[in-house]
Design a binder for this molecule. Structure first.
Ligand SMILES: [Fe+2]
Length: 241
């Protein structure tokens, strides 16, 4: 993995982002990308410093705690890759019948959870911005939403309705790179519900840890309203094909 570009690795491993996507600035400048460019083989977390203390309705403390949780996904992704590689190299991944041992199979199952947990957080943090403002009618995302949903408001209302679905996970507005259609989908945990080949356009973290520092667990609606005030619409639009 030493020469793997971070963005292309995301494509192959998670099936979420695409090579056709413009690499978001925050990811392109992240330590993990620098690591990969220099032949490193570990992911490093992106910085959230530029967001702390400036978001409306999402406190610096909330962001600080969320960043620690995100760091955990980075650490466990690295650890998983290391563990899997060592077991494979040592031959301890197979039993006497040349079948995967349960631990190895479980590590393989776990990878989508940890890796997607890392990457979806990066999309989420990147699509936050101080003084985000409203989606402008001439923004490419607004035009795409109008094409597929009839109006920008229809698309956004559906996104928010999806976000109020009970459960732990994410709402992802994602684009089919073939038809260019965008959809709002629910992703349970981090890995169940991602649509194969679709590119992430806008990510909203709906695990309670994303907001319980500022709101009660029953106040998801207030969190969604706060998210709406802090969206980096330009970052989302740049992800469109
Ligand atoms: Fe989160």
């Amino acid at each position: 993995m030493t020469s793997v570009d971070r963005r292309s690795f995301i494509v192959s491993a998670a099936g979420l982002a695409g090579a056709a996507c413009v690499a978001p600035q925050i990811l392109a400048s992240s330590p993990s990308v620098a690591n990969a460019a220099q032949g490193g083989d570990k992911y490093s977390p992106i910085s959230l410093d530029h967001l702390k203390g400036g978001l409306e309705g999402l406190s610096a403390g909330q962001l600080e705690e969320h960043g620690k949780l995100y760091q955990g996904y980075v650490n466990r992704t690295n650890a998983l890759l290391d563990k899997i590689a060592k077991m494979t190299a040592a031959g301890t991944h197979l039993n006497d019948q040349k079948m995967p041992v349960p631990e190895y199979s479980e590590l393989k199952r776990r990878y989508g959870f940890e890796f997607n947990g890392m990457v979806l957080h990066e999309y989420y943090f990147e699509n936050l911005k101080k003084n985000g403002g409203e989606l402008a009618a001439d923004n490419p995302l607004a035009k795409t939403a109008e094409k597929w949903f009839g109006s920008m408001q229809n698309w956004w209302d559906e996104f928010k309705a999806t976000a109020k679905s009970p459960g732990v996970g994410w709402v992802i507005c994602a684009q089919d790179p073939r038809s260019k259609r965008i959809v709002n989908s629910w992703v349970t945990m981090h890995e169940d519900g991602n649509i194969a080949g679709y590119h992430v356009v806008l990510a909203l973290d709906l695990w309670e840890h994303a907001f319980v520092g500022d709101y009660k667990p029953t106040e998801r609606g207030k969190y969604i309203a706060a998210f709406e005030k802090n969206i980096n619409w330009d970052a989302a639009a740049k992800r469109l094909a």
